[in-house]
Design a protein around this ligand. Sequence first.
Ligand SMILES: [Zn+2]
Length: 372
Amino acid sequence: MKKNILNSALIVSLCLVLFSCSQEEIDETTSKVTYSPELITLESGVVVEKQGDNYLWEGDILLSPTQLKALNDSGTIFIEAIENPAPITSLNPVTNLPVSLSSENGEQTKALGIYPTAYNLWAMVRFTYNANLTSTQKYYIKVALLDIESRTNIRFYNATGQPTVDPTYGFAYPYVDFTAIGDEDTSSSYVGRIGGRQQISLADFAFSYWSSRVIEHEILHACGMLHEQCRKDRDNYVTIDWSNLTSSGEAQFTKRTSNYYMIGSYDFNSIMGYPSKTDSQSAVVSTSEPMYTKKDGSYITQGSIPSDLDRRWVNTLYLPYIARSDVYRELDAVVYKSDNTVMTASERLSLQAQLNNGVSTPPAGGQISNEF
Ligand SMILES: [Zn+2]
């Protein structure tokens, strides 16, 4: 996500001092960093931003070469676009269990994310701390990881220093590499599991007391979630001030019309929604005016933690596995159902048996160390 108004106070002094990037300049009249993004309009009409060797979509979503080509050719990040996908009501694509993704009242999971398949979500999110992180930065990442684990079924596996290629079968492990990128305008992440190394780029502004939400936002992208303001029905809930958006800003409000998975009303508390105001001068003409507001004109503030509806999205699709060296699928003590309630012990053991061909008790000695 882009630098925004809430965390800007902490980094304003940095902004005034550090501006090594060639695309940033100090505006003498306002003493603020200005930023000139390199925008590229693809053949499909989608606008992406080039930063060095990286291509960014909607502001902070990194694109793999395959996704960039698909976006160029078809306007989606999928090679074969899934138009208006039907709700999943038979098999959970991740757990392969015959469970409905509908909640108890018949509504589908809420919040907005990629269309879930067994190929773009994770069992456990394997991650590494890049060697360029300070111990303080690693602490902030750890806080974000533990917060997500406490609220959701997502689990992380710390593979720092471990092989990146499977020693037996030779395939590259998919993993998130948390990397510090210094005083940049944007922190960014790929969406969903890409395969091999995928970087979560964390700018200086991501490391501050009230900004574990920046880190959590980028992590949730990697888990498959998309921007709330890109819902195709968002115009029923918000008013966008197109006159205040630059081309880069407009690209952050592209509606998602295919390959998404959502239902339910707009979530103003989502950690995946942008706040009304931004300090990112690449996105707006005037940082004192909002990018968009609620229909009544009031401002939207981005959630600081995953909202109830954000949690429903991931709790529907993920299960909290414990890291093991064998193939037994052991569940953590707290398993959230898709409505965010917690399974009883008997429900959890029943599910664990279902995942393991009827065996409810894990073999002894299989758990492996997994410290953050
Ligand atoms: Zn984002």
